[in-house]
Design a protein around this ligand. Structure first.
Ligand SMILES: Cc1cc2nc3c(=O)[nH]c(=O)nc-3n(C[C@H](O)[C@H](O)[C@H](O)COP(=O)(O)OP(=O)(O)OC[C@H]3O[C@@H](n4cnc5c(N)ncnc54)[C@H](O)[C@@H]3O)c2cc1C
Length: 379
């Protein structure tokens, strides 16, 4: 494996840093405070090709691979985790599901709009009573000649309100049957399909999270992705790739927290010297740097394997598990290094701390990643 950044990765990292400085940094505190989902930023990211990173150019995307994708998300998350999260959810989940499993007609119809951010995408698997145990979902679709009628609710859905289209996985067979669920593409404005309550969150506050509600929502059978009964299996494969993006998100937040803590430790003087010269602080920085390096290696390894078409079920879970836990630890230490100032909104450490925690929960909690890894190594 080559550890040097490719020309494309370098170009993307520079582009994202520059974009973030001009278009995210000046407003991110306000978005965080008010929980505003800054849709215009995603339209701009679309113009830069970052809303269809993995989508082939023939469908209007950038046609890049996972290395470029990881770089883009990590650089965005260094600045603002919630922008990184929304970019990852749009690319990996909604767009990723259509890219991997939809038929040609569906790809031609949806991918160009999603890849340019003309449309924002959402993806609904989780329900109020079934998160980790997603296969136990109760939202149900019943066939009525050429249509399916959907009833139920999904929750914690990124872009549930602002999304123009959602891929949702609902029950079409028996509870307990992994082939009893089907994925549908549902456009905003479809009768019986609406957004519910928006969550008031601890962190990632500029990334919109809402319920999706289905009340006798009629969807034509042409909106089924792949075959009836394949939805859950497709979703698990989508998550295998998606977890690499959450590892990248975690990595970016950890790097961001580390960079601000390192700079602060060299500026802040106590006992007539910079606190970085105190061994207690320098050892924290050493641990943070080492763990971030290890998280980066796991993340890029999973990305490289995915690019080569290998099964990444175990590796993406390992990368996501480790990088997200590192992210939480690094952000925690950053707050500690900032001392009392780390506890205030005048300094950046507290936001990294709040945002990082989502990484150990979204797209499968740390416990579920261990379950996936254990299953893979014990089979
Ligand atoms: C900001 C945000 C954005 C999200 N975006 C989306 C989205 O776009 N689409 C979507 O479908 N979902 C989304 N989610 C949902 C997310 O994937 C779930 O919250 C997550 O999978 C956990 O499910 P849960 O919240 O129901 O927790 P639960 O499943 O109820 O888990 C509660 C606790 O029990 C533990 N636990 C559960 N089962 C086991 C087990 N077998 N062994 C050990 N421990 C276990 C969990 O690890 C956790 O600690 C989002 C969530 C958030 C917070």
């Amino acid at each position: 494996m080559d550890f040097n950044l490719t020309e494309n990765q370098r170009m993307i990292a520079d582009m994202v840093r520059d974009f973030g400085k001009k278009n995210i940094k000046p407003k991110m505190r306000e978005w965080d405070e008010t929980q505003e989902f800054p849709i215009e930023v995603f339209k701009q990211l679309g113009e830069l090709g970052l809303m269809g990173v993995l989508v082939p150019t023939e469908y209007g995307g950038s046609g890049f691979g996972y290395l470029e994708y990881v770089t883009a998300i990590a650089e965005l998350a260094k600045i603002d985790g919630s922008i990184g999260l929304s970019m990852a959810a749009h690319n990996s989940l909604c767009t990723g599901h259509i890219l991997q499993f939809a038929n040609e007609e569906q790809k031609k119809s949806y991918l160009p709009k999603l890849a340019t951010a003309e449309w924002i995408g959402a993806w609904g698997l989780t329900e109020p009573n079934t998160g980790s145990d997603a296969g136990n979902m109760r939202t149900v679709a019943v066939q009525d000649s050429d249509h399916w009628v959907i009833n139920g609710a999904k929750n914690f859905i990124t872009h549930g309100k602002s999304g123009n289209v959602a891929v949702v996985i609902v029950r079409t067979g028996d509870v307990g049957d992994s082939h009893g669920m089907t994925a549908f593409i549902i456009e905003k404005g479809t009768e019986g399909f609406s957004a519910g309550r928006k969550e008031d969150k601890l962190g990632m506050r500029a990334s919109e999270t809402t319920e999706l509600i289905f009340q006798d929502c009629r969807v034509h059978k042409d909106q089924v992705i792949g075959n009836v009964g394949e939805g859950f299996i497709q979703a698990m494969k989508v998550l295998d790739g998606g977890r690499i993006s959450i590892a990248a998100l975690s990595l970016g937040i950890a790097q961001g927290a580390f960079e601000v803590a390192l700079a602060y430790s060299q500026e802040r003087h106590q006992f007539n010297k910079p606190i970085s010269s105190l061994q207690g602080i320098s050892f924290k920085l050493a641990d943070m740097a080492t763990e971030i390096e290890a998280a980066s290696l796991l993340t890029y390894q999973a990305a490289d394997m995915k690019n080569r078409g290998l099964d990444v079920n175990r590796e993406s879970a390992m990368a996501k598990l480790y990088a997200s836990e590192v992210s939480v630890r690094a952000a925690n230490e950053a707050v500690q290094i900032f001392g009392g100032y780390g506890f205030t909104k005048d300094y950046p450490a507290e936001k990294y701390y709040r945002d990082a925690k989502l990484c150990t929960i979204g797209e499968g909690t740390s416990e579920i990643q261990k379950l996936v890894i254990a299953r893979a190594i014990l089979k």
